[in-house]
Design a protein around this ligand. Structure first.
Ligand SMILES: Nc1ncnc2c1ncn2[C@@H]1O[C@H](COP(=O)(O)OP(=O)(O)O)[C@@H](O)[C@H]1O
Ligand SMILES: [Mg+2]
Length: 388
């Protein structure tokens, strides 16, 4: 394990296209960073630069404080696992995992002990004598993971290693990879386009868009205090509800006018209220997450603010009920959300609310949804930056 620093790392390709634009971030020793963003945002490019498979246009990578510029990939003491992992087909599972230790000339008895330790963690003990062709996709991926981590490199790089697996297996492997990483305390950069994967696995999450870092922080931070609209809608499922509103101020009080309704906005003391003040009377984008919209009849929200709308669709998921509510508000379109389709289907603005299944809100009914004002997000409509 070692610290890792990316210092203004930039990569442009032949035609001048900038795939990675001055990416700076640092990982503590033993930290697990999830690097997440939509397809084409530069994640693999970043990883390939760290591995030395690609040469940076400018900027540098430092591992344990030492610049890696000019160091060949094989001398970088890193392991890399890709979506399309390759195992040696003629070797057994045992031999595949053992291979890096053999290269290192570790004594046989120690090798056996190490392989067994890793196989135990990855639930491969009963598979050790099989060849890769006899394994399921998930088992093969585990072998690849075991082989990458057994030699305890200073840095582990993983590029969407679970993309080929079915949903259930992905969930299980998420836990397995973290367990293995905690055991070895290997500093890890894990690339994924899946925000759930990033949130559940990362000690910290770095959100990348068009080659630029948008925000880096703990899962709680990027979820609870997104810096801009891109992060706000990329992180969290279902996606944050976003509508246009007008910021109104009287004295010390801020409120938001949304269509014909008005809700109070409470800001924490010292919470950059200056930025809000300069937006008084202006058009802003208001955000509220689906799980923070409650049906107050079954989930009272003391001192909650209320927004009213008509239930267009009610979906019972068992553990929760999803309500699609038509509200009098102007929808924030934007172009960056994959889930905005849902909201735009009808020519009206809809909020998604994930409420308690005890809610009796019926389709066609006018309902009041309650929220804690502290759960609201406010963004500048032009710069898309958070005003809170
Ligand atoms: N060798 C290359 N030459 C030109 N463009 C490239 C090359 N490799 C990647 N790109 C471009 O750089 C951008 C980022 O690619 P990549 O890092 O693979 O994205 P991601 O892994 O986030 O999906 C994409 O637009 C891709 O087309
Ligand atoms: Mg990629």
């Amino acid at each position: 394990m070692a610290t890792l620093e990316l210092d203004r790392l930039t990569k442009s390709f032949g035609d001048g296209f900038v795939a990675l634009d001055s990416l700076s971030l640092s990982l503590a020793s033993g930290e697990f960073l999830a690097l997440v963003g939509p397809s084409g945002c530069g994640k693999s490019t970043a990883l390939r630069l760290v591995a030395g498979l690609e040469t940076a246009s400018s900027g540098e990578v430092r591992l344990a404080g030492k610049p890696l510029t000019g160091v060949a990939p094989r001398d970088r003491d890193m392991s890399m696992v890709f979506q399309n992992y390759a195992l040696y087909p003629q070797m057994t599972v045992f031999q595949n995992i053992e291979f890096p230790l053999k290269l290192r000339k570790m004594p046989k008895d120690k090798r056996v002990a190490e392989v067994h330790r890793v196989a135990e963690l990855l639930q491969l003990m009963t598979q050790l004598e099989k060849k890769p062709a006899q394994l399921s996709g998930g088992q093969r991926q585990r072998v690849a993971m075991g082989r990458a981590l057994i030699r305890q490199p200073q840095l582990s790089l993983m590029d969407e290693p679970l993309s080929n697996l079915d949903a259930q297996l992905r969930v299980q492997m998420r836990g397995d990879i973290r367990a293995l990483q905690r055991e070895f305390r290997t500093t890890t950069v894990y690339v994924t386009h899946d925000q759930t994967e990033a949130m559940t696995m990362g000690d910290r999450v770095a959100v990348l868009r068009d080659g630029r870092l948008q925000q880096m922080g703990s899962p709680e931070e990027v979820f609870g205090r997104p810096k801009n609209l891109f992060v706000a809608r990329f992180i969290g499922s279902p996606s944050m509800n976003l509508v246009y509103g007008q910021l109104e101020q009287s004295g010390e009080e801020n409120s938001l006018r949304i269509g014909s309704q008005s809700i109070k906005l409470i800001t924490q003391p010292g919470n950059q209220s200056g930025r809000l003040r300069s937006h008084a009377g202006r058009r802003v984008v208001v955000g509220i997450r689906p799980h923070y919209l409650k049906d107050p009849i079954v989930t009272p929200v003391p001192n909650g603010e209320v927004i009213q709308g008509v239930v267009r669709l009610r979906e019972s998921l068992g553990t929760e009920t999803v309500l699609h509510i038509a509200v009098d508000a102007e929808r924030f379109g934007g172009k960056t959300s994959s889930e905005s389709e849902e909201v735009t289907l009808a020519n009206e603005t809809r909020l998604i609310a994930c409420v308690d299944p005890a809610s009796r809100a019926q389709e066609g009914e006018t309902v009041r949804l309650a929220m804690e004002p502290s759960r609201l997000h406010v963004f500048d409509a032009e710069t898309e930056e958070s005003l809170l």
